[in-house]
Design a protein around this ligand. Structure first.
Ligand SMILES: [Mg+2]
Length: 277
């Protein structure tokens, strides 16, 4: 199992010091990387998802709780890395700001929105979803009281956690709508949510955007995430000689994830921040 996953991930047998031992399984990688980062903070950039990665998943996304210490720990880690730290999420930047504070580098809406705090240059900008698309999705959502629409601007999310049986019908309805309107949009599935978004952007393109800029460029990227949408960013990180660190949960559950729970990710950041060892 470990051998297989190491092959899939490709990049674990590199020169990143403590990580490269033959016994380094998936579960050992995060701890080994923390040592490598502490020894050479200028060599790494850290990107992290928010929901299910930094904070526990809850029934309603607005009810998420940011545990005590997390905000200061990620600021410590950001300082350690000379600013090469960014949040990469499907949420809006407004939500990231509300939960974690505004002065962090971040990409919201799966690579569509950006806040550049330390990243050099002007961030790319995106427009709102076309009106006819929003209207069509409103009609689909109205067919089931358990569906909930969330308009994020450029992305429209439909949550079906309260109506799991509606998933198939919802997905085909959204795909039909996009085809009927001849839009260059796609759907992206997450934890009990389907999001409709313009094609071309992803958490992977978000990483690329940061990695072109100071202070991120030239460093070994580490992406941490718990969901399907994070896989694009894992691939980009590994391609650049870095790491994609999976957090177990509803999507990843092979039992050999580097992090078994968001709690372990928080402990990892606390260790890096020097609060725990
Ligand atoms: Mg997540």
């Amino acid at each position: 199992m470990l051998t297989k996953s190491r092959n899939e991930n490709g990049s674990h047998n590199n020169e990143a010091g403590a990580v490269s031992g033959p016994a380094a399984g998936e579960r050992a990688i995060a701890a080994a990387l923390a040592l490598d980062i502490a020894g050479n903070p200028g060599g790494f950039a850290i990107f992290t998802d928010f929901d299910g990665t930094l904070v526990d998943i809850v029934g309603r996304p607005e009810d998420v709780v940011v545990p005590r210490g997390l905000r200061s720990d990620i600021r410590q880690v950001r300082a350690l890395l000379g600013g090469a730290f960014a949040i990469v999420t499907g949420r809006t930047l407004a939500e990231v700001g509300r939960f974690l504070g505004k002065e962090l580098d971040a990409s919201g809406l799966h690579g569509i929105e950006f806040t550049f705090a330390t990243a050099a240059g002007q961030p790319p900008r995106a427009g709102d979803a076309p009106r006819e698309l929003v209207e069509g999705i409103v009609k689909i959502v109205a067919t089931d009281p358990g569906l909930r629409l969330e308009n994020k601007g450029a992305i429209i999310a439909v949550h079906y956690r309260q109506a799991p049986a509606a998933h198939g019908r919802l997905k085909s309805g959204l795909l039909d709508l996009i085809a009927t309107l001849r839009l260059d949009h796609q759907i992206k599935e997450g934890r009990a949510v389907i999001e409709v978004m313009p094609r071309g952007q992803s958490k992977g393109t978000a990483l690329l955007e940061f990695m072109q800029r100071t202070p991120f460029s030239g460093r070994r990227p580490i992406m941490i995430g718990d969901d399907r949408a994070d896989e694009d960013a894992f691939a980009v990180a590994r391609e650049a000689g870095g790491y994609g660190l999976r957090v177990a949960g509803e999507h990843f559950n092979r039992g050999d994830e580097p992090f078994a729970h968001a709690r372990e990710v928080r402990a990892w950041f606390a260790t890096l921040a020097g609060r725990m060892s």
